[in-house]
Design a binder for this molecule. Structure first.
Ligand code: EPU
Length: 337
């Protein structure tokens, strides 16, 4: 366990915003949780869990508490046969390293989530997804440290209340309670199920790719993302900044494209709304709506969270006025609950 004091949150998050965190505690081994949470509780501090900082936003006032960094590594095969692969990965593993491992075993289930920034431990929290795959589809269980009861336990996927970008880890009464030590996934397929997500199929057709093996789909998605999404080393962003909008009924404005989801809801492409409102490439208070993928806000010269808040409010108002729909940010503020 490594404890540092007064660390700028800006340096720990990909959007590169935020004042100092009073303590930053890095956890490399699950057993260190007892000591780490003992320290935090003794001081009566609030805490916030951080992986790669790809979906968290630091406030200008910083965080008067402890950021608990998940640096638990390791990828372990629990079961492997021709038809089944069960893999357990440490919460601090880089998500894409885990995806590449599964792809190298020629199993399908996470290859369409190639190159999503972040860690394995963050994947179940917001049930990450791309091109028709979601973490919940192959996740079996997670091992956690329960910070309320100070005990280690296992939670099965069916008890995580997964939905679009939603789980017990980011919503409801248990939000922020469980520190994810490892996640176990079970794979039984060797090829992504058709029909594929439209934009993925369009890319494969356009490039005359008829090989739908995990490796081939992984490479295609990696290429799409490379062309579309900012490279975190060069441009600061938090991935998709706005969530797609989930409605109970189809949008009233007939121009707005949407997809019916498996659970009978209607998903509106927020990227389309932003693009058709003419916002691509426009900069608000130092934050640019990416000209390649409208859901992404790039921090070009924004200095403060307040700048970001102003930008978001203006963008939300434009979309509300034009389409009557409310945009919701996907990244989470680093603050006490
Ligand atoms: N679209 C536009 N303009 C844009 C972007 C999108 O018109 O600039 C429209 C198009 O109609 C396009 C449709 O939106 O066909 C869907 O776009 P895309 O497939 O690019 O995906 P997305 O809805 O913009 C979501 C996820 C991404 C994920 C992709 C692919 C959210 C918030 N974002 O974006 O996840 O990679 O689907 O499945 O759900 C992330 O979370 O960081 C992320 C990148």
């Amino acid at each position: 366990m490594n404890i540092r004091e007064n660390i700028p949150i800006k340096d720990l998050t990909t959007m590169r915003l935020g004042g100092p965190a009073r303590f930053v505690i890095a956890i490399e081994h699950a057993e260190e949780c007892t000591e780490a949470f003992g320290f935090v509780k003794e001081k009566g501090l609030p805490f916030y869990f951080l992986g790669a900082g790809a979906n968290s936003l630091g406030l200008d006032t910083g965080f008067d508490g402890a950021l608990i960094l998940n640096q638990i590594k390791g990828i372990e095969i629990l079961q492997e046969s021709e038809n089944v692969l069960i893999v357990k990965a440490g919460g601090g593993e880089i998500w894409d390293d885990f995806v590449q491992f599964v792809v190298s075993k020629n199993f399908s289930g996470v290859e369409a989530m190639a190159k999503i920034p972040g860690t394995v431990g963050a994947a179940p929290v917001q049930n990450i997804g791309a091109y028709g795959q979601e973490a919940k589809d192959t996740l079996e269980s997670v091992e956690v440290y329960d910070s309320l009861l100070d005990e280690y336990k296992e939670i099965m996927a069916k008890d995580c209340d997964f939905a679009y970008r939603h789980s017990i880890f980011n919503s409801g009464k248990d939000k922020g309670r469980y520190f994810i030590l490892s996640a176990t996934f079970k794979f039984t397929e060797h090829q992504l199920k058709q029909p594929f997500y439209n934009s993925l199929q369009a890319y494969l057709d356009e490039h005359h790719i008829a090989d739908y093996s995990p490796k081939s789909v992984y490479d295609a998605v990696a290429e799409i993302r490379k062309n579309k999404l900012p490279d975190p080393a060069k441009e600061a962003s938090a991935g998709s900044f706005f969530k797609n909008i989930i409605l109970d009924e189809p949008p009233k404005n007939k121009d707005i494209p949407y997809r019916e989801t498996k659970d009978g809801k209607f998903k509106v492409n927020t990227g389309w709304l932003l693009e058709n409102a003419g916002l691509k490439g426009k900069t608000f208070h130092g934050f640019k709506v990416s000209d390649k993928a409208a859901l992404i806000l790039i921090n070009e010269s924004g200095e403060t969270y307040e700048d970001l808040q102003r930008a978001v409010t203006e963008i939300q108002k434009i979309i509300k006025d034009k389409y009557g729909l409310a945009l919701e940010p996907e990244p989470v503020k680093i603050e006490a609950d």
